[in-house]
Ligand binder design. Structure first.
Ligand SMILES: Nc1ncnc2c1ncn2[C@@H]1O[C@H](COP(=O)(O)OP(=O)(O)OP(=O)(O)O)[C@@H](O)[C@H]1O
Length: 282
């Protein structure tokens, strides 16, 4: 992992949340995103502090995945700002944001199906000199060295997520849970500072879920990687995340430690309201 940079002081807080400690790694300020007539994100503001595993929960359609898309350049926000490590990254392209070490996974894994597990990881690091075809002739030694380093790193990451035995398997043949581990592995190839995980537990069996949870905890504690994760599995959220941010109708409803969130009547109402609304639409 790379050396952590010293960051400037966080900007003053402008909401009524209880005082939280730790440097702000990601700041979302008054972000909005509309799809036609639908306000998917509505002046949303929230913060993620370095060194945390922050949970992002909320009823279906609350805007969580759209928010991930707007943070990581996949959706261009209509207004508002995204600040990462003190830098305004709003509306940068996804690959530019990725290269700043802000990485994401997708709700439905986006593996390269026709490539092996190992190849999927080796594709990740940007700026490989072998990508320019003349370098294979002009700088063959350097190309080979970089490829070797890349392969070693990919193998190290695969060992960490317990997928080594599948390195030559086509990614298309992995189980749903293994694909989630591969998604996490791909972010690790970039030495990320912040990883956004979109429903890492969905479709994952209990054994793999336990491994995934332990991996996230280890990476946060030992490697200093910060996580923001969307999850519907409340057991996973309650055991893994602190703080938990609740989104409803495109903006932050509340934030707090898991116990406080679980017992907050506003959260219950948001979930029940969402269910009633869904039932009424049917
Ligand atoms: N590309 C899109 N075009 C049109 N509408 C969209 C698009 N993406 C999301 N939406 C709508 O925006 C709203 C927010 O969706 P989003 O997927 O962000 O919610 P979510 O909180 O992640 O929900 P879930 O928990 O079910 O994944 C929903 O009403 C959804 O239908």
């Amino acid at each position: 992992m790379t050396q952590r940079q010293k960051m400037p002081s966080p900007p003053p807080r402008n909401d009524d949340e209880p005082e939280a400690t730790g440097e702000i790694l990601l700041g979302v300020r008054n972000l909005s995103k509309r799809f036609g007539g639908l306000q998917a994100i509505d002046r949303c503001s929230l913060e993620v502090r370095r060194g945390t595993i922050t949970g992002l929960i909320g009823p279906n359609g609350a805007g969580k995945t759209t928010l991930f898309g707007a943070i990581t350049g996949f959706h261009r926000p209509d207004s508002g700002r995204v600040v990462f490590k003190g830098e305004n990254i709003t509306a940068l392209a996804p690959h530019e944001i990725f290269s700043k070490k802000l990485c994401r996974t997708f709700q439905i894994p986006r593996e390269h199906k026709g490539l092996t597990v190992l190849e999927n990881l080796m594709l990740v690091p940007p700026g490989q000199i072998g990508e320019r075809f003349w370098n294979a002739w002009l700088r063959p030694g350097e190309v080979r060295r970089q490829e070797r380093e890349n392969r070693d790193k990919a193998r190290e990451v695969l060992e960490f997520v317990s997928l080594s035995h599948l390195e030559q398997e086509y990614a298309a043949n992995l189980s749903g849970g293994q694909k989630k581990l591969l998604e996490l592995a791909r972010t690790l190839m970039a030495d990320p500072d912040l990883v956004l995980l979109d429903e890492p537990g969905a479709g994952v069996n209990r054994t793999l879920m336990k491994r995934l949870t332990e991996n996230i905890q280890y990476l946060c504690r030992e490697r200093g990687i910060t996580f923001l994760l969307i999850e519907h599995d409340m057991d996973m959220v309650m055991s893994l995340c602190n703080p938990v941010i609740v989104m409803s109708e495109g903006r932050k409803l509340m934030e707090g430690p898991p116990d406080a969130v679980r017992s907050d009547p506003r959260v219950l109402e948001a979930y029940l309201g969402g269910q009633y609304a869904a039932a009424e639409r049917q």
